[in-house]
Write a protein that binds this ligand. Structure first.
Ligand code: LCS
Length: 394
């Protein structure tokens, strides 16, 4: 595979793997092993001392996991990837690696509920403070960068409010200040958005979502500069231990092959359902970055290939009306997670973002009637019919 660069659709299938090295096996082999034997004691000594390349023990690296890490690095246009047991293992390892007691983290105006929980834990246990910001102008960003700001942490689109952050703007300012920018790219996948090309430093994924695409793995990935990722691998990851199992890496390599075609279909279905929901009299507000009336539409056009596979909308009425609507759905499943083949709906205020105190949730734009729809790969006509019958029934 020396004749790079290939297009994304080719990289997602081929990068990080050469069948010639593995008996011609077309698909990546599964190295389901905890440890690796050394030819002799000296080889073991050299591997531990970092004087000889090679595998040691699967918490420190595994060939199948490495194939996934290399493929994700290629897709995100980064130097090195690192796989984790969950998205939260990736989020926590990267934040721990970049901060020390007394530091400050500047965050986008909304983060996934457990990321919020981890930020609170850092504050309570280690005095690492954080602050949320809309990051919608140079002044707003500069004002919130403090002398002890150690990193900037961004979700875009933000879960579940679908607000966007201008990554080129933030990374330009952060670079002037020498502060690394971490982007949780879960909602977009590298097919729709490549934050490292916009000047950001580290990309994180809950690989549980679009990277996997089949709803059968919990996993995380981080991609960034080689030296930094090596440091994370040999410190926070090795010693805290949130590593990915070889079988999960194998499943992810398999799921990834269809990322580009899946994302096109997710995006197409979502834009169709947006057209239906936008005009429905029982829908109060709707948040979708592909909406020309969305305040962040110009940012979407600038930094995303398409608008993604998620829509959030609020139902006219109360929390109970929203829950009644969910209960009336037949084809669409009530479940957290996203990026699966199946269309899923969830109620952020009582589910993914329930750990966030109510007043903070409201500031983030998460009301009691807000619902998040992760649009799957089914026929959009069938999905629309299900939404229509449930809306008529409330
Ligand atoms: N980052 C984002 C943006 C997420 O949406 C999630 C999980 C995580 C990180 C954590 O990843 P995990 O450890 O679960 O692999 N988001 C979920 C959601 O919205 N519904 O269920 C889980």
């Amino acid at each position: 595979m020396s004749q790079k660069p290939f297009h994304f659709e080719t990289e997602v299938i081929h990068s990080g793997y050469s069948s010639e090295k593995y008996e011609g096996s077309l698909t990546p082999p599964l190295f389901q092993t905890a440890t690796f034997t050394f030819d002799n004691a000296l080889q073991g000594e050299k591997r531990f001392a970092g004087q000889e390349e090679g595998f040691i023990y699967s918490r420190l690296g595994n060939p199948t996991v490495k194939m996934l890490e290399d493929r994700m690095a290629a897709l995100e246009k980064g130097e090195a990837g690192l796989a984790f047991s969950s998205g939260m293992a990736a989020v926590s390892a990267i934040l721990v690696a970049l901060t020390k007691s007394g530091d400050h983290i500047l965050c986008s105006q909304g983060v996934y509920g457990c990321t919020f929980g981890f930020l609170e834990l850092l504050k309570e246990k280690y005095g690492i403070s954080h602050q949320f910001s809309l990051m919608d102008s140079r002044e707003e960003i500069e004002k919130n960068i403090l002398p002890n700001t150690a990193c900037i942490y961004i979700e875009t689109p933000i879960n579940p409010t679908m607000k966007l952050v201008d990554l080129a703007l933030v990374s330009k300012i952060a670079r002037e200040e020498g502060i690394p920018v971490i982007v949780d790219n879960t909602f977009s996948s590298p097919y729709l958005q490549q934050p490292l090309l916009l000047g950001c430093d580290v990309v994180i994924h809950s690989a549980t979502k679009y990277i996997c695409g089949h709803g059968d793995v919990i996993a995380g990935i981080a991609v960034g500069k080689k030296d930094f990722m090596k440091k994370v691998a040999m410190t926070t990851q090795k010693d805290i231990g949130g590593i990915m199992s070889p079988f999960d890496a194998w499943l992810l390599l398999r799921g990834l092959k269809t990322l580009a075609v899946r994302m096109d279909r997710h995006c197409e279905n979502t834009s169709k359902l947006f057209g239906f929901l936008k005009n429905h009299p029982k829908v109060e507000t709707i948040f979708y970055p592909g909406d020309e009336g969305h305040p962040d539409f110009p940012i979407m056009k600038k930094q995303m290939k398409q608008a993604g596979g998620l829509i959030s909308f609020s139902i006219k009425g109360t929390k109970e009306t929203a829950q009644e609507f969910m209960d009336k759905l037949n084809l669409i499943k009530i479940a957290v997670s996203l990026g699966d083949s199946e269309t899923l709906i969830q109620h952020p205020a009582t589910m993914t973002h329930a750990v966030i105190p109510a007043e903070e949730r409201v500031k983030m734009g998460i009301s009691e009637t807000l619902l998040r729809l992760s649009v799957g790969l089914e026929s959009w006509e069938d999905l629309q019919a299900d939404l229509e019958q449930a809306l008529s029934a409330i």
